[in-house]
Design a protein around this ligand. Structure first.
Ligand code: COI
Length: 377
């Protein structure tokens, strides 16, 4: 490795940049799938009690060395985020709502007794890394550079208490559609046995623990041909979320979505969808949504569409919701009209073909700026 340089950010943070000896070959951007390829560089920063956050670095993507007693390995102090950068047809590079993710990360860290990086460091670190990794951002509609900021407890200590040392890192992965069905509705299994999150637990955070809790049910669903499961609350009466997506139901002229409580992740695309739907004149009702009322609406022909929202999934139409003894089918395996309109609108704002009147877009670089923070990397 060579050519260490430093980058001053707003006279506040100094990022040390280490150039890689060689760069990776880019993958075929038409066959990306989700989360299979990683860019050349990553951002890392460390925290130690009494010292604060220190050693901000952009360096070649590589494995970490870690104390085998690190708290993340034993007591699961791990939290992550997911957001996306886009390369617009005019060459601009933008990130979708990084400030939203910075705030949610901070709130999640507090729930897990972890120390989050300052919100402006979270955003700036991502900004600089994405700017450096311009060549990894796919341009085609439906593809993006997925950004995965992560916080882990690294202190080697076996007592059960919060770690006094943390590592914050950001890695980047060029991605296509999250579900292998592509732009086709997904089949979802309604999970009537396992539960993702309990009241008073971690469900409203992006704790790694929530995802391991989801694996068993998701694996069983996949064996049976379903993409994911729809989680219910602990009483198995109310709908919660799809684990990688928040969920919406079109019932008559209303659009229902579960009210956020401490068992549901407050999704960024969820709030965008609610905003857009309201602006289009729909009545969006955030409330506890029971299976009984959905069944009643389905039987009466009033439940006409179901869809999920998420960073990875964007807007994904649900074509089939299956229970142990029954099935609800929607839109003959085509995207429902409201899901399609939302997908088109959000992707148009991301790609710049529609005006960003909501201030969701964070500009990284315009078509004329250098792709390398001007450091000759
Ligand atoms: C995201 O949409 O960013 C998610 O977190 C889903 C991910 C776990 C694949």
């Amino acid at each position: 490795m060579k050519n260490d340089r430093t980058l001053q950010i707003k006279n506040k943070y100094e990022i040390q940049i280490t150039k890689a000896d060689s760069l990776k070959e880019l993958p075929d951007f038409n066959k990306l799938g989700f989360g299979q390829f990683f860019s050349d560089y990553m951002f890392v920063a460390e925290f130690e009690q009494g010292k604060g956050w220190y050693d901000f670095k952009i360096k070649p993507y590589a494995p970490f060395q870690m104390d085998p007693a690190a708290s993340v390995l034993h007591y699961g102090q791990a939290l992550f985020e997911g957001l996306k950068a886009f390369k617009r047809p005019n060459g601009e590079v933008v990130i979708f709502r990084p400030e939203f993710n910075a705030l949610r990360f901070k709130q999640g860290a507090e729930r897990l007794c972890m120390v989050p990086p300052p919100e402006d460091l979270f955003v700036q670190a991502i900004h600089e890394l994405v700017n450096l990794e311009n060549r990894w951002i796919p341009k085609d509609k439906g593809s993006a550079l997925y950004i995965r900021p992560t916080l882990i407890g690294t202190e080697g200590f076996l007592g059960v208490r919060p770690s006094r040392k943390y590592l914050f890192f950001v890695i980047l992965s060029p991605v296509g559609a999250y579900y292998s069905s592509g732009f086709k509705p997904v089949k979802i299994w309604v999970e009537e046995e396992f539960v993702r999150a309990a009241p008073g637990g971690l469900g409203q955070t992006k704790a790694a623990a929530n995802y391991v809790a989801s694996l068993k049910a998701a694996e069983l669903a996949k064996i049976n041909g379903y993409s994911q499961v729809l989680w219910l609350d602990v009483t198995h009466k109310y709908v919660e979320e799809v684990g990688t997506m928040n969920v919406f139901f079109v019932v008559g002229n209303k659009i229902l979505t579960p009210l956020l409580d401490d068992t549901i992740l407050p999704g960024g695309v969820r709030s965008c969808a609610i905003q857009l739907l309201k602006d289009w004149g729909y009545e969006v009702v955030e409330k506890k949504v029971s299976l009984a009322e959905l069944q009643d609406a389905y039987d009466k022909g009033l439940l006409t569409e179901a869809f999920g929202t998420g960073t990875a999934a964007v807007i994904t139409s649900i074509g089939d919701l299956s229970f142990t003894n029954k099935k609800w089918l929607f839109n003959e395996n085509e995207y429902g009209p409201i899901a399609k309109r939302l997908y088109e609108e959000i992707t148009a704002i991301q790609s710049g073909t529609k005006v960003d009147k909501y201030n969701w877009i964070h500009l990284v670089s315009n078509s004329n700026s250098t792709t390398s923070i001007g450091l000759g990397l």
